[in-house]
Design a protein around this ligand. Structure first.
Ligand code: HEM
Length: 379
């Protein structure tokens, strides 16, 4: 009996030890929401990095050729990561970001400034908001999408490696070309939704996507989510990012030499579906920040809120920030969202949270006059 079971036992022990040595936590995996036990197991396996210097504004900030010979388009290779943001996907497919889709926040800020002429404070705020909740604060890396689910006995769970695909902390509902998380895939290009994007551009923009189309389509996507997604959530930060992202195709996907700020469907297809700059693409003619958001909001104003009890139960949430309470966006994000994901950080994790929160605050416009918060103390 013993001689029969002995090899089996040995095989089992070997297999188990093999699996646990094979499992390594990805350097770009988010540590948000992990238990102290999980953090104790993962942190010693990571090489910690002090956050790098945050890039300042561009020195030359006019239009210029972006699709150049040093930034040719490559199709994605096995292992490359892409996600819900057509802007970052395109930058990665042209090598303005690492082509594998894993980048530092500084690389993202440089890339969105260089490739699209996004204004420095806006780039900083959006990048650090996403990085704080979806990135690895110890290695200073963020994945612009998801990745194969981790399995194995030591796996901390799939949610921790979803990068920008992670639902509800930054990514959210009612996207123009991506389905709501409730329906199973919140990050892939969705042809049916893109057909609606094209249809709305025909009906309201004469075949081009402009701010009029943006307002109509934003309203439509909100109505659809209220009527079909029982978990629809349109509270801050999604309330802000949804309107901002509706302006991005007009600001950033239109060639900087074109005086008409409206996007053709041919070029929309290249960016949204193919993650590719149009041939000879020149970036915006000047740095652009949060302009146009109110223009998209004004025709169909709505309070931040959610479906509280199934479809068609949309109810305003007075605890959510909206356009009248801008500093609450920052306050809620720092105290509730980041605070909830990192209730008790220690060591390098706490140090880097303090540094990254400072950078996030630096992305707010001084005219907003928001009070800086220090939930983890100062250095
Ligand atoms: C600055 C760093 C940026 C980060 C971290 C970021 C991240 C994201 C994320 C997570 C989403 C998904 C939101 C959702 O639908 O739930 C998104 C959507 C979007 N992003 Fe970005 N983004 C950035 C910059 C840009 C830039 C520079 C552009 C344009 C050049 C852009 C264009 C868009 C558009 C158009 C959408 C909406 C997609 C849709 O609704 O179908 N983003 N972004």
């Amino acid at each position: 009996m013993l001689s029969k079971s002995f090899p089996t036992l040995l095989t089992l022990v070997f297999a188990l030890s093999h699996i646990s040595t094979v499992f390594t936590f990805p350097v770009y995996g988010s540590l948000a929401g992990l238990s102290e036990r999980e953090l104790d197991a993962i942190l010693p396996t990571l090489t910690s990095t002090k956050p790098g210097t945050t890039p300042g504004p561009l020195k030359y900030n006019g239009t210029k050729l972006i699709y150049d010979k040093d930034h040719l388009w490559n199709p994605i290779k096995p292992g490359d990561i892409r996600g819900p943001c057509p802007g970052l996907n395109t930058l990665a497919s042209h090598g303005y970001l690492p082509r594998n889709g894993i980048a530092t926040p500084a690389q993202i800020i440089n890339a969105v400034q260089e490739g699209f002429n996004m204004e420095n404070r806006a780039a900083r705020f959006v990048t650090y908001a996403a990085f704080l909740v979806d990135g690895n604060l110890v290695t200073d890396l963020l994945s612009i999408g998801g990745k194969t689910k981790l399995t194995g006995p030591d796996s901390p769970g799939p949610a921790s490696i979803a990068g920008l695909n992670t639902h509800a902390v930054f990514e959210g509902d009612a996207s123009m070309t991506r389905a709501d998380d409730f329906f199973g895939d919140n990050h892939s290009f969705n042809q049916t939704l893109f057909d609606q994007f094209v249809d709305f551009s025909k009906r309201f923009g004469g075949g081009l996507y402009n701010f009029t189309v943006a307002a109509e389509l934003r309203h439509q996507r909100i109505k659809e989510s209220i009527a079909t997604n029982p978990k629809f959530d349109f509270t801050s930060p999604r309330f802000f990012t949804a309107y901002a992202e509706s302006t991005f195709p007009v600001h950033f996907f239109v060639d900087g030499r074109n005086p008409v700020r409206a996007l053709s469907m041919e070029n929309a297809t290249l960016f949204f579906r193919d993650m590719r700059f149009p041939f000879d693409f020149h970036r915006a003619a000047e740095p652009i920040g949060p302009d146009g958001i109110r223009e998209v909001f004004a025709p169909y104003p709505i309070k931040a809120g959610k479906n509280i009890n199934g479809i068609n139960t949309y109810t305003p949430d007075p605890t959510s920030a909206d356009f009248d309470t801008f500093c609450m966006l920052y306050t809620n994000f720092v105290t509730k969202t980041v605070g909830g994901l990192y209730p008790n950080p220690m060591g390098i994790l706490r140090t880097n949270l303090i540094i990254n929160l400072k950078t996030l605050y630096g992305g707010l416009s001084p005219t907003a006059n928001c009070t800086e918060l220090f939930p983890y103390g100062k250095l």
